[in-house]
Design a protein around this ligand. Structure first.
Ligand code: GSH
Length: 346
C-alpha cells in the first residue's frame, strides 16, 4: 500500500513538473519562442537620449536600443523586428522576470544582487559609467565636498539611490532625498529648483541635461562616486538565449577592434585574415552552430546595426548633444587603454 502511494505521489510529481515546465517553455526557450513570434521583446527606458529614446514618430534609437536591434538581426534577419517596452527603473526587473520582455537593455548597472539574487543574468557591458552630481552653476558648488545640507533629486529603484545614501553617510553630510519613480519627474523637480543637486549615472546626467530649460546653466561635478557598468540583462536559466544576446554584443565590440564597419564589411568578405573571416561570417566560418543560428548572424549585425565604435559615435559621441568623451575613458578599447574588451569570436 505504502509503495502504491509512493508511486502515485512520484508519478503526480513527475506530471506536475512536466506540465509546469511545459507552461513556462516560452520563458525557458526564448530563442525558439522569438523565432516563432517574429520579434524581440526588448525593455528600454522611458526616454534617455543616446541610450534608448523614441522620436515623435515612435522610432527608438540609442546605444541600448542597438543591442536589441543586433539580436533581432542575428535571430530574425531584420534589425527592425523589435517590440520596445518602455519601463521605469522600478518596473524593469519584474517585467523581465514575468516574461513581458526577453532582453532588458536600459542603462542597467550590473551588481552582485541583481545578477545572483533575483533570477537574472547580465551578459556583458555596453557602457562603463559611474555616478555623478549636477548642480546649477550659480550655486557656486565646484566639488562633491560642497554638497553638505543639500536637497538631492534622484530616481527610485536604482543603484543611484543606494550610492547616494552611502556617499552622504561616508562623508558625514546631511541631505534631503527627493525621490521619484519617473526620470522626467526627477528632471522637472531639479530644473524647477526643488533640489540643489541631481544625481544619477554621468551618462544619464549628460543625456537628461539636454531636456532642461537652459542646459548651459548646469554643471556636472568632477568626482565619480561609484562604478556603474551598464549592460543587457536576460532571465537566468535560459543559456541558449543568454549566449545569443552576449555574442550579439561581443561581435560588435570585436568588429571595431578588427576594423570591420557596416560600410566596409562587404569589401572584407574576401579577407585572408581568419579572425576577420569569423567575425564577418565569411565562407567556411561556423560561428552560428553553437548559437542555434545560421553563419550569417554576425554579418547581419555588423551590416544592419554597426560596430561598437560606429554606435558610440552616432549616439553619444563628440558630435551628439550628449558628447561623452570616449578617449581616455573606460569605454575606449582595451587596445587604447580602456576597459572595452570582448572575448574572441571563435
Ligand atoms: N544605472 C542605474 C540607474 C538607472 C536609471 O534608471 N537611471 C534613470 C536616470 S538617468 C533613468 O534611466 N532614467 C530614464 C528613464 O527612466 O526613462 C541602475 O541601474 O539602477
Amino acid at each position: 500500500m505504502k509503495k502504491a502511494i509512493k508511486l502515485i505521489c512520484g508519478l503526480s510529481l513527475f506530471a506536475f513538473l512536466l506540465t509546469s515546465c511545459g507552461g513556462d517553455s516560452a520563458k525557458n526557450n526564448t530563442l525558439e519562442a522569438t523565432k516563432k513570434q517574429g520579434f524581440v521583446k526588448c525593455g528600454v527606458s522611458q526616454g534617455l537620449p543616446g541610450f534608448s529614446n523614441a522620436d515623435e514618430a515612435g522610432k527608438w534609437t540609442g546605444l541600448d536600443v542597438d543591442v536589441c536591434r543586433a539580436v533581432a538581426a542575428a535571430v530574425l534577419g531584420d534589425s527592425s523586428k523589435v517590440k520596445y517596452t518602455p519601463l521605469s527603473a522600478k518596473e524593469r526587473f519584474t517585467a523581465l522576470q514575468a516574461g513581458d520582455i526577453d532582453v532588458l537593455s536600459r542603462n542597467t548597472t550590473w551588481t552582485l544582487e541583481r545578477d545572483a539574487g533575483i533570477g537574472l543574468t547580465f551578459v556583458g557591458v555596453n557602457f562603463y559609467d559611474g555616478q555623478g552630481f549636477m548642480v546649477r552653476k550659480s550655486s557656486g558648488i565646484t566639488s562633491v565636498n560642497g554638497l553638505n545640507n543639500t536637497k538631492v533629486c534622484t530616481n527610485t529603484g536604482t543603484t543611484t539611490e543606494l550610492n547616494m545614501r552611502d556617499f552622504f553617510k561616508s562623508k558625514g553630510f546631511k541631505y534631503e532625498p527627493v525621490v521619484f519613480e519617473k526620470a522626467d519627474e526627477v528632471v522637472a523637480a531639479y530644473d524647477s529648483g526643488r533640489c540643489d543637486t541631481y544625481t544619477t549615472d554621468k551618462s544619464g546626467l549628460a543625456a537628461q541635461r539636454t531636456k532642461m530649460k537652459n542646459p548651459d546653466e548646469h554643471v556636472v561635478l568632477p568626482e565619480t562616486i561609484s562604478k556603474e557598468p551598464l549592460g543587457p540583462v536576460v532571465r537566468e536559466g535560459d543559456s541558449a538565449w543568454e549566449d545569443v544576446v552576449r555574442w550579439s554584443l561581443n561581435v560588435m565590440i570585436e568588429a571595431e577592434e578588427y576594423g570591420v564597419t557596416s560600410k566596409n564589411i562587404d569589401n572584407m568578405m574576401s579577407t585572408e585574415n581568419p579572425a576577420i573571416q569569423r567575425i564577418i561570417g565569411a565562407e567556411g566560418s561556423k560561428t552560428g552552430a553553437g548559437l542555434g543560428l545560421d553563419n550569417k548572424w554576425s554579418y547581419r549585425i555588423i551590416k544592419q546595426v554597426g560596430n561598437y565604435g560606429e554606435l558610440y559615435e552616432k549616439h553619444v559621441g563628440a558630435n551628439t548633444p550628449i558628447a561623452l568623451p570616449r578617449k581616455g575613458s573606460a569605454n575606449a578599447s582595451w587596445r587604447n587603454g580602456g576597459a572595452l574588451y570582448a572575448p574572441p569570436v571563435r
